[in-house]
Ligand binder design. Structure first.
Ligand code: HMG
Ligand code: MG
Length: 296
C-alpha cells in the first residue's frame, strides 16, 4: 500500500549549509536554490532567520529571501522566536518553519529555552502567522533520540505535536536529529502520528548518521508517510547536536522512490548539477551514493 507519489521538501540550502564553517557566498547559495528548483523541487527551506551570532552561515537570510521567492515553489524560512518572525514579516516570504526539540536539554542548547518556554513563545506566533495566511510548518527535533538525554518516548512526541496542531500549524516535520532511529521505530512512531493527526501534512526528516535513513524512509512509507525532508548531496547537520551529520541525500531518496515506481517530479541529472554548484565551496566531500556513482 505504498503511495504513488511523494513530495520531497529540499532542506539543503538551510539544514545542509548551516553547519558549514566557512561562509558560502550569498550568490552561490542563490544559484544552488535556483538550480534545485530547475531540478523540480517544489517545496524548500531556503534559509533561516536565526541569530547570526549563533549561526553565522545564515546571516544573509534577508538577501536570500529578497531574490529567491517565486510562485512555483513553497519557499520556507526558519524562525526560532519573535525576533526571527519580525524579520520574516519585513520580507515577502509567506511560509515559516518554527522548530522545537522534544528533549529539554537539546532545546536549551539549540534555542536557549526549555521545550515548554519555546512552546509558550511559539503558540501566539503561529496563531498570528495563520491569521496573516502564512503556511506554517513545525519541525519537531529529537523525536527519536536526543544527543544529551537518549531515547525519547513516543508519547512525548505525540503530546508536543498535538500542541502545535492545536495552535494551527499546517505541517509537522518530525525529525530524527542525530540519525539513530531504526525502521521499526520509524514505522511505529509514524503510524501513531498518522492515526493521531489525519488532517495535517506529516513529513519525516531523517539524518543519515548511521546510514539508516533510507530504510527508515521505507518504513515510514509503509506507515503512510508521503512527504520527506531531504538535502541535495546529503549535506546537513545541526550545529547544536553533537555527532549529527547530513540529512539523507535527495538524490538517493529520489533514486530509491523512482526505482519503486513512486513519482517525485525530480530530475536526477539536474539535481546533480545543483550539487555540483555547491560542492566546491564545502569543507567536506559529497558522500551520497548516487552522486559518487556518477562521478567515478
Ligand atoms: P539568545 O542568545 O538566547 O537570544 O538566543 P536573545 O533573545 O537573548 O538575543 C540575543 C541577541 O540575538 C540579541 O542581539 C538579539 O537581538 C539577537 P544583541 O542585542 O546581542 O545584538 N537575536 C536575533 N537576531 C537575529 N535573528 C533572530 C534573533 N533572535 C535574537 N531570530 C536564539 C536565542 C533562538 C536567537 C538562538 O539560540 C538561535 O538563533 N538559535 C538557532 C539555532 C539554529 O539555527 N539551529 C539549527 C536549526 S534547527 C535544526 O537544524 C533542526 C531541524 O533540522 C530538525 C532536526 O534535524 O532535528 C529543523
Ligand atoms: Mg535537521
Amino acid at each position: 500500500n505504498l503511495p504513488k507519489k511523494v513530495t520531497i521538501i529540499e532542506v539543503g540550502p538551510r539544514d545542509g549549509l548551516q553547519n558549514e564553517k566557512s561562509f558560502i557566498p550569498t550568490d552561490i547559495k542563490k544559484q544552488f536554490i535556483n538550480s534545485l528548483k530547475k531540478a523540480g523541487i517544489k517545496e524548500m527551506e531556503i534559509t533561516s532567520f536565526v541569530s547570526p551570532k549563533w549561526v553565522p552561515q545564515m546571516s544573509d537570510a534577508a538577501e536570500i529571501v529578497a531574490d529567491c521567492l517565486d510562485n512555483q515553489t513553497l519557499n520556507i524560512v526558519l524562525a526560532p522566536n519573535q525576533k526571527g518572525v519580525d524579520r520574516v514579516l519585513e520580507s515577502d516570504c509567506k511560509a515559516v518553519a518554527v522548530f522545537v526539540g522534544v528533549s529539554n536539554t537539546f532545546n536549551k542548547k539549540n534555542i536557549n529555552k526549555t521545550t515548554t518556554e519555546s512552546l509558550d513563545e511559539l503558540k501566539p506566533i503561529i496563531q498570528h502567522l495563520k491569521k496573516q495566511q502564512f503556511f506554517v510548518r513545525a519541525c519537531i527535533s529529537t523525536s527519536f533520540y536526543c544527543p544529551y538525554e537518549g531515547k525519547v518516548n513516543e508519547s512525548e512526541v505525540i503530546k508536543l505535536c498535538s500542541e502545535f496542531v492545536a495552535a494551527g500549524v499546517d505541517e509537522l516535520s518530525v525529525a530524527d536529529t542525530i540519525g539513530m532511529a531504526t525502521p521499526d521505530e520509524s514505522y511505529s512512531l509514524f503510524s501513531k502520528l498518522k492515526a493521531a493527526f489525519p488532517n495535517i501534512l506529516l513529513t519525516a526528516h531523517f539524518h543519515d548518521t548511521r546510514k539508516l535513513a533510507l530504510t527508515n524512509i521505507f518504513a515510514a512509507l509503509q506507515a503512510g508517510i508521503d512527504r520527506f525532508d531531504t538535502s541535495a548531496g546529503g549535506l546537513g547537520g545541526c550545529p547544536f547536536a553533537p555527532g549529527a551529520t547530513g540529512n539523507v541525500a535527495t538524490e538517493d531518496v529520489v533514486y530509491l522512490l523512482e526505482r519503486m515506481g513512486i513519482e517525485t517530479g525530480i530530475d536526477l541529472e539536474k539535481l546533480l548539477l545543483a550539487v555540483d554548484i555547491i560542492s566546491p565551496l564545502l569543507s567536506r566531500k559529497i558522500e551520497s551514493t548516487y552522486y559518487r556513482l556518477q562521478h567515478v
